[in-house]
Design a protein around this ligand. Structure first.
Ligand code: ZN
Length: 826
């Protein structure tokens, strides 16, 4: 498919206006295909030729104003339309293919009970895989959708679905929608309903997950109600899309998608197994995030994909803010600092970095590649900076002004800046130039002043010569555990700090409340006090800032990985559950890359083990530590004993725990295919099928590796989740030699996946399969040669480029600390 360019979109929007879509879908035509009829009424302002987007399996019939068009298969997803009148009616009849990659109309069969579930994911650029449309965000239109289904199914969508006869459904969406957030959910879904403040609420999932949804139904509805109340209070604008359904659907690529009135979530957010508190917090946060989009994104939509960040940064900021302020899940900002920022900072320091705003998306495909930690986390941090700069009142007044002015329409960043400027006497445009139109991360460091006292230095991390103002808090932590906070606005390279009776002891931490977007670089002399400080600082957000400083120093080869590991060993057992959870999992991903210490796994397992031993039975802490220990331990007796029923008291021996143990034992070569098959029979659920695939892919056996690889590079029938299960477990830090041949094959064969797969799946498979544990100059060279090819799908290029950047960092760490690593490794 040819990706729509910004210029084409601008021309088309200037030329036509869509009046209505009338879509009919027949979902009773078998397992492969469905029938799709689109009747589009649109006006042409200038009579110029245009094109409609459609990606059919076969095109049956097209008429324009009653005239049959002589068309064959559309050229690269486009059907050209000539001879337009002022008012036009286009009818496109097509046979469409169901998808198995999470885009378009995804069809999956639950292996547990054989039931079929469908959902539509229209986001960028999959709507034409379902119906013919003018697929760009600023051609909004009301819709009418008629759907034929098996009689036992239910149908949900962007408006209330009415069953007019058994298996016949109709939805009338009176409000104009953009094509990318139209959806349809159909199947024998299990449903729960409630009302809140005049809004009908629905929660839905597969039948096989029904008991697990039911057990959390109060939590889910409570979060929903609390978020609605808060958004109504903040915006003063009623939720505009009627009913509000939250549907947990199978094999969903993203966390969730904000379709108006019918949000779709990945259904592993319905917890079959015990869920950690961090996971519950993250789910509440996702719910708040998607709800924020109902106003910001759905009511007012970006004009073009270069403002995608505006949707995501705003929803990210509001999601964390609202979850923290009004729900029981009030420690979200700790996760933001520890996890989301790790994601965003990595993205902002790679060669693919881009400014928050104006990501330069010349076409829709490129926009998809900018859907990263910069658009979400850096953008949200920038909005927090703007919030401190303008104050809450002006910040919200600007947002409401924007929503009011552009309701049901489209707007740009400049429109939003104008709204903020109307409500503030601060210079919003200059602020936006510095923060939103430049890339890179500034570094903040503390420097002793010759006359005593300290200053905070700002080192520009942007390739542009820019002076970003940072409104932060600086804290001085004394060794007795007390601290002094001082607000500071950094406007130049060095800003002196007024600290009462400062004597040079303890630790001075810039941005201790995590209000900005900057790396904090600690003085090497401060490292000695860091473990003590990590134990004594009360505020988990400030501790997260300190952990973040260590993480960035490690990645920059400024901190000896042996020191990082020692600090983890010394300080992690004293941290709160969420910090333990997120940092242990991050450390697992550093083994073999940023932590090139042969005993790293074993020593981290020691940390997990200490935390486990000191945690009370049946607590979140016990669960967190046990799961980390399973990933890290090399103690085969322990894994076997736990799997045989001897796990610690209080730990629920459910399917999830068994699969975790089975995976660890498979990767270590302690179990084989027969054992995996036995597990699959024990757990016939869809999760069981995926876990079995993960186990197979991880076996240190050349035959199963070969079969797994063949599937990754050639099997079109595998669903997105099955592919991810294989791709994520193919390379393993302990199997570098076994898979050595596949390093060169990766660069040869993965780019060819573009002939098999598209979109999200293509980029993800390239990322998940990357041979990241082969940290050698030869691996760098292979990646460079691959990137030098001109014919490379943009998503694959992005994935390889990002992983190459990480590989170079991992090499730099090895080079810089080689002597200390060889001395200390044991
Ligand atoms: Zn979002």
């Amino acid at each position: 498919m040819r990706s729509l360019t910004r210029t084409e979109a601008r021309d088309r929007a200037a030329s036509i206006t869509v009046t209505s879509y009338d879509v009919q879908l027949d979902l009773t035509q078998g397992e492969e295909h469905f029938e799709s009829r689109s009747v589009i009424e649109f006006t042409s302002l200038d009579g110029h030729d245009t094109f409609v987007d459609v990606l059919p399996a076969s095109l049956l019939r097209v008429t324009l104003n009653g005239r049959l068009l002589d068309v064959e298969t559309p050229q690269e997803g486009r059907l050209f339309l000539a001879g337009l009148r002022a008012s036009n009616m286009l009818t496109v009849d097509a046979t469409m293919a169901y998808s198995n990659d999470g885009e378009g109309l995804h069809r999956s069969v639950d292996p547990e009970d054989g039931l079929v579930y469908l959902y539509a994911m229209s986001f960028l650029p999959a709507a034409p895989r379902i119906f013919a449309c003018f697929d760009q965000p600023d051609l909004k239109s009301p819709y009418r959708i008629k759907v034929t289904t098996p009689p036992e199914w239910i149908v949900l969508g962007n408006a209330r679905a009415t069953q007019t006869a058994p298996g016949s459904w109709e939805l009338v969406v009176a409000r104009p929608l953009a094509t990318y957030f139209t959806t349809l959910v159909a199947g024998p879904y299990h449903s729960r309903s409630a009302d809140h403040d005049g809004i009908s609420l629905g929660l839905h999932c597969r039948q096989s997950l029904a008991p697990h949804l039911d057990k959390d139904v109060d939590e889910l509805f409570t979060v929903t109600r609390q978020c609605f109340d808060e958004y109504h209070r903040l915006f003063g604008i009623r939720y505009p899309f009627g009913d509000y359904h939250q549907v947990f659907v199978p094999e969903f690529n993203a966390g969730a998608m904000e379709n108006p009135g019918c949000v779709t979530f990945r259904d592993d957010l319905i917890f079959k197994a015990q869920a950690t508190e961090a996971l519950r917090t993250s789910r509440a946060n996702t719910m708040a995030h998607e709800m924020a989009h109902q106003w910001f994104g759905n009511l007012v939509t970006m004009r073009w994909w270069d403002d995608l960040w505006l949707n995501e940064s705003f929803a990210e900021y509001m999601g964390y803010r609202v979850t923290t302020d009004v729900t029981a899940f009030n420690d979200g900002w700790v996760e933001f600092a520890l996890s989301r920022k790790a994601w965003g900072m990595a993205a902002d320091q790679r060669s693919t970095t881009h400014p928050v705003a104006g990501n330069g998306a010349v076409d829709a495909q490129q926009a998809l590649s900018s859907f990263d930690g910069i658009s979400y986390t850096k953008g949200a941090s920038a909005l927090r900076q703007l919030h401190s700069y303008l104050g809450d009142e002006a910040f919200l007044a600007g947002v409401v002004d924007h929503l009011d002015r552009h309701s049901y329409g489209n707007a740009t960043l400049n429109d939003l800046l104008g709204s903020w400027q109307r409500h503030s006497d601060k210079d919003v445009l200059t602020w936006a130039q510095a923060w939103l139109r430049t890339s890179g991360v500034d570094t903040l460091a503390v420097a002793a002043q010759p006359a005593g006292g300290v200053a905070v230095e700002r080192h520009n991390g942007s390739p542009q010569d820019v002076s970003r103002p940072h409104a932060i808090t600086v804290s001085w932590y004394r060794s007795d555990g007390s601290h002094q906070d001082s607000p500071l606005v950094l406007t130049g390279p060095s800003t002196p700090l007024a600290l009462e009776s400062f004597d040079g002891s303890g630790l001075v931490l810039p941005d201790s409340a995590d209000e900005s977007w900057a790396k904090v670089r600690l003085d090497p002399s401060a490292l000695a006090v860091v473990p003590d400080m990590l134990r004594s600082i009360d505020d988990p957000v400030s501790r997260a800032v300190l952990w973040g400083a260590l993480r960035e120093a490690l990645r920059d080869a400024e901190l000896d990985p042996a020191s990082y590991l020692e600090i983890l060993e010394a300080a992690l057992p004293g941290q709160d559950d969420q910090t333990v959870d997120l940092l242990l999992n991050a450390a697992v991903s550093y083994v073999g890359t940023f932590l090139p210490i042969p005993s790293a796994s074993q020593r981290l397992a020691g940390v997990a083990s200490r935390i486990l031993e000191s945690s009370r039975p049946a607590t979140n802490r016990q669960l967190v530590a046990a799961r980390a220990l399973i990933k890290l331990t090399t103690d085969s007796d322990l894994l076997r004993a736990w799997r045989d029923g001897g796990s610690p008291e209080g730990l629920v021996a459910d399917d999830d725990l068994r699969w975790r143990l089975t995976l660890a034992m498979c990767a270590a070569g302690q179990l084989g295919m027969d054992d995996i098959e036995a597990e699959r029979r024990r757990d016939p659920s869809s999760q069981g099928a995926l876990r079995a695939l993960e186990c197979e892919a991880s076996l240190p056996d050349p035959v199963t590796k070969a079969a797994g690889w063949r599937a990754i590079v050639s099997d079109r029938s595998l669903s997105n989740y099955s592919l991810y299960a294989l791709a994520q477990n193919f390379f393993h830090p302990d199997q570098v030699e076994l898979t050595a041949d596949y390093v060169a094959r990766y660069f040869e064969e993965i780019p060819r996946n573009a002939t098999l797969r598209t979109g999200w799946v293509l980029e993800r498979v390239a990322h998940f399969t990357y041979p990241r544990y082969t940290v050698t100059p030869e691996a760098v060279q292979l990646a460079e040669i691959c990137l030098a090819r001109s014919q490379l799908d943009p998503g694959t290029r992005h994935a390889i480029s990002d992983n190459l950047d990480d590989l170079r960092r991992a090499l730099a760490i090895r080079e810089r600390y080689s002597s200390s690593l060889s001395q200390r490794s044991d």
